[in-house]
Design a protein around this ligand. Structure first.
Ligand SMILES: [Ca+2]
Length: 280
């Protein structure tokens, strides 16, 4: 394989010769051709953090809303007095569905996963996901939550995210700590607010915002027993179900005007909203 690749690089005419020779090599040659073909196809797939050619480049990130004030740093204080200290998710199968008519959508544009995100921090670990598309009109963004093995977790992720799709830690206004751990592999569908949305320019930044007010309201923390309060599929399970539904249905897709991968209060509003989840 090494010799053949060298020949291709040194003289383009040799590539045809190499190809013919490979065909005559039988099984070994076919294996080489398969390797080459897989490599060529892989180079056409969307890549994280890489501009892969002409067309529209879409940048996508995940964040929690409302945006935290700078002085709050890595915690988010909500109007209810609840403070969220940590929120991570594991996601897969991001797909933008092109077309103005979602009843008969074109094949989607996939972003490779799994993708871990620190929703109170920078969002996706490794930065916004970037991918190319040759269309500019979309009717839906969808993705799924997924579980990750402990060994797959990125540096900085809480160990509780192992074998889970979401982990959140916070405390109530009275100081009682709570944790929420979800293993649900739910899909999230953000339908275009007005049937479809157009992305202009050569590069367009989007952010999915998860509404923490809606999600923590669904938990009804004041009614839950425990100190700390544990919410998972064994403890306070009905609260977990309500939380998981609220996360899915309250998520929204926003234009990220300044392309910083975050949602400012001026960006997380109805004017910048392109799509939304639920009702289910
Ligand atoms: Ca922004």
């Amino acid at each position: 394989m090494f010799i053949w690749n060298t020949a291709v690089k040194s003289d383009p005419h040799q590539s045809l010769v190499g190809f013919v020779q490979m065909k005559s090599l039988g099984r070994a040659g076919q294996l080489l051709l398969t390797v080459f073909t897989v490599a060529a196809v892989a180079s056409c797939l969307p890549k994280a953090g890489t501009d892969v050619g002409n067309g529209l480049t879409v940048k996508l990130n995940l964040q929690a809303t409302p945006e935290l004030a700078a002085k709050q740093e890595q915690a988010k204080a909500l109007a209810s007095g609840v403070v969220i200290d940590e929120l991570w998710v594991t996601t897969v199968k991001f797909r933008l569905t092109p077309g103005a008519d979602c009843e008969s959508p074109d094949p989607g544009v996939d972003i490779p996963g799994p993708a871990f995100a620190d929703l109170l921090g920078p969002g996706f670990v490794g930065g916004s996901r970037m991918f190319e598309t040759m269309t500019d009109t979309f009717c839906k963004l969808s993705f799924e939550f997924d579980e990750a093995k402990g060994a797959e977790l990125p540096v900085g992720a809480p160990p509780e995210l192992a074998d889970a799709a979401l982990f959140m830690r916070g405390h109530r206004a009275d100081g009682v700590v709570f944790t929420v751990r979800s293993r649900a592999k739910d899909s999230v569908k953000l339908d275009a607010k007005d049937g479809s949305f157009e992305l202009d320019g050569e590069e367009h930044a989007l952010v999915v915002g998860f509404d923490l007010d809606a999600a923590t309201t669904a938990l009804a923390l004041d009614t839950l027993p425990g100190d700390p309060i544990v919410v998972d599929d064994k403890t306070n399970a009905s609260a977990l179900k309500a939380f998981e539904k609220a996360i899915r249905t309250s998520a929204k897709l926003f234009d990220d005007d300044d392309e910083d991968g975050k949602l400012s209060p001026a960006e997380a509003n109805a004017e910048h909203e392109l799509g939304h989840g639920g009702p289910e």
